[in-house]
Design a protein around this ligand. Structure first.
Ligand code: GKR
Ligand code: MG
Length: 424
C-alpha cells in the first residue's frame, strides 16, 4: 500500500555556488549565492528533493518545520500545509531584501510549504511511477520556454575570489548586445529580458533600442525593479512602446503602477507589487498590472502556482515566471509546473545561465531552443549528486556569506552608494 510509506527523516543542506558580479537596483551580487537543498527520506528508502532559499532566517524556519512532516505519507500535502500554517510564522527583525520577494519573512509559511510540497511530489511521483507534471493534471506543453536574462555587470568581483567568468563586462549597449548574442548562441532563447534600475534610464533605454535593432522581432522586457519614479517611468514609456512585450516593475507600489498603466499602452508586469493574495485582490481593483510573474518558491508551491494561474486567467492577466539565482532542482520544479499551466503566456525568467555549478547527477540541465523539455521519468526527474552536494556545502561553510546583501557588496566598489529606491 502506497499509504504505508511514510517520511522518516528530513535533511537540510545549505550550499553556496559561484555567482557573477551582476548589477541591480540594490547594488551588486556577491560572489556566492546561497540555496538550501532539502531531502525527505521515506520508510522504504526513497529520497524526495527540493531546492529553496539558503539565507540564515530561511534555514531556521526549515529546521523548525522538520518535525512537521515526520510520519506523514508523501501524499498528505493538505495535512503538511495545515501544520506549517499553524506553526511557521513571520520572524520579525529578520534580514529582508526588497528586490527578492522570497526573502520576506511574512512569506515564511508559503516558502516552507513550497519546499516540502516539491519534495513530497517528487516522492509521490517516484512511488506511483509518474512525473510530477502528471500529478499536476498532466502537461499542456512538452517543453517550457525561458528567456535570456541579461544583466549589467562588471568583468569580475572586486575581491577576486576566483577566476572571472566568461561573460566579460556588460555595461555599454554593444556589450549588452554581445551578452545577449552569447546567451542565445549557448541556449537558443527566443525572448530577452534586461535587468535595469542600474544606470540612468536614458542609458538603459539605449540598450533596449540596441537589442531591438540587433534582434528584430525578438520579444523584449526591461525590469528596473521599481528604481524609477512614476514620473520617470511615464517619461520613458513612449521610447519603449514599440519595442517591449512588457514593462516590468518600473516604479514602486500598486498605486504607482496603476497610475502608470493609465499613461502607457505597454502591459505592466510584476513580481514586486503582487506577491500575496491580498496584493492580488488590491491590484485587480486598482488595475495595477496586466502580467503576473509567479514563483512557486514564495507563492506556496506548485499547486498554489496553478491556483494563481487560474486567478490570472479570470482577470485576463498574462503569466510569466520570476527567478532568483538557482540550480537545477528549482529549474525542474519550475518546468513541471509551467508545463501544467495552459495560460503561461510568456517565456519564464531564469538566472540559470549565470550559474556554472550543479548539484544534480548528469550536470547542467540542457536547453533546446531556449526551452527545457519536461521530464517523463518519475518524480522531478533529477537526482542529487552527493559529491557535488558535499562540495557546494563545503563552499557554504567557507564562503562567509550568510544573508544576501547586494547593498553592502556594492559599497565595496562605491563607498558612497546609497541604495536609495527609487533612484532615478
Ligand atoms: O538577482 O539581481 C537579481 C534580481 O534583480 C532579483 O533579485 C529579482 O528578484 O530577478 C528578480 C526580478 O525579476 O525582479
Ligand atoms: Mg522582476
Amino acid at each position: 500500500m502506497t499509504r504505508d510509506i511514510t517520511i522518516k527523516h528530513v535533511t537540510i543542506t545549505p550550499i553556496a555556488f559561484r555567482d557573477g558580479p551582476l548589477l541591480n537596483a540594490a547594488g551588486i551580487h556577491e560572489p556566492w549565492a546561497l540555496r538550501a537543498i532539502v531531502e525527505l527520506e521515506t520508510s522504504d528508502g526513497r529520497v524526495g528533493i527540493s531546492e529553496t532559499y539558503g539565507d540564515e532566517p530561511m534555514l531556521r524556519v526549515l529546521e523548525q518545520a522538520k518535525s512537521l512532516v515526520i510520519g506523514l505519507s508523501p501524499f498528505d500535502l493538505n495535512t503538511m500545509e495545515e501544520r506549517v500554517r499553524s506553526t511557521i510564522k513571520a520572524t520579525p527583525g529578520s534580514v529582508e531584501f526588497e528586490l527578492a520577494p522570497g526573502s520576506h519573512s511574512a512569506k515564511n509559511a508559503p516558502k516552507v510549504i513550497s519546499t516540502l510540497e516539491v519534495a513530497m511530489l517528487d516522492l509521490q511521483g517516484q512511488i506511483i511511477g509518474a512525473p510530477v507534471v502528471d500529478l499536476l493534471g498532466g502537461k499542456v506543453r512538452d517543453a517550457v520556454p525561458y528567456s535570456a536574462y541579461l544583466f549589467f555587470k562588471y568583468a569580475e568581483h572586486i575581491d577576486k575570489p576566483y577566476a572571472p567568468d566568461a561573460w566579460g563586462e556588460g555595461i555599454s549597449p554593444e556589450q549588452i548586445v554581445a551578452q545577449a548574442q552569447r546567451m542565445i548562441d549557448l541556449y537558443g532563447f527566443q525572448s530577452i529580458k534586461l535587468k535595469g534600475g542600474v544606470f540612468e534610464p536614458a542609458h538603459e533605454i539605449a540598450c533596449m533600442q540596441a537589442l531591438s535593432k540587433a534582434f528584430p522581432g525578438m520579444p523584449l522586457r526591461l525590469d528596473p525593479n521599481a528604481n524609477w519614479t512614476l514620473e520617470t517611468s511615464i517619461k520613458a514609456a513612449p521610447a519603449l512602446d514599440e519595442i517591449l512585450e512588457y514593462y516590468e516593475d518600473p516604479c514602486p507600489g500598486l498605486e504607482g503602477m496603476a497610475e502608470l498603466q493609465k499613461h502607457t499602452k505597454l502591459p505592466l508586469a510584476t513580481n514586486m507589487v503582487i506577491t500575496t493574495m491580498d496584493d492580488f485582490r488590491r491590484g485587480c481593483n486598482m488595475g495595477s498590472i496586466k502580467v503576473l510573474l509567479s514563483d512557486h518558491h514564495y507563492w506556496g508551491g506548485l499547486r498554489a502556482t496553478q491556483t494563481l494561474a487560474r486567478m490570472a486567467k479570470l482577470w485576463d492577466f498574462g503569466m510569466s515566471m520570476h527567478s532568483n539565482s538557482h540550480l537545477g532542482i528549482s529549474l525542474m520544479a519550475m518546468t513541471h509546473v509551467a508545463a501544467s499551466v495552459p495560460n503561461l503566456t510568456y517565456a519564464c525568467d531564469t538566472h540559470y545561465p549565470w550559474q556554472e555549478e550543479e548539484v544534480i547527477k548528469g550536470g547542467r540541465v540542457v536547453f533546446d531552443n531556449g526551452s527545457v523539455r519536461v521530464p517523463t521519468t518519475p518524480g522531478l526527474g533529477v537526482e542529487l549528486d552527493r559529491n557535488k552536494l558535499d562540495e557546494l556545502h563545503q563552499q557554504y561553510l567557507t564562503c562567509g556569506v550568510r544573508n544576501r546583501d547586494d547593498l553592502t557588496q556594492m559599497r565595496k566598489y562605491q563607498p558612497e552608494f546609497t541604495g536609495k529606491n527609487p533612484r532615478f
